[in-house]
Design a protein around this ligand. Sequence first.
Ligand SMILES: [Zn+2]
Length: 74
Amino acid sequence: MSKVKHRHSKERGRKRRTHYKAEAPSSSSCSQCGKLKQSHQICPYCGYYAGIQVKYIEAAEDRKARKEKKNKTS
Ligand SMILES: [Zn+2]
């Protein structure tokens, strides 16, 4: 392994790092529900991927109803 001969300045390192940027994840609209979702990922709103239901996603109203039911019993 070769060794670094000279240290370089903070400025030099910082200048190099100006090119390092965080990219926003690419997004596309869901073919099933049309909502914006991350590409190559299951839609978090309907659970579909490439036109196939992969995951069951409970609707917001159903979730609310279930929570209320749970609160009544306890
Ligand atoms: Zn969807």
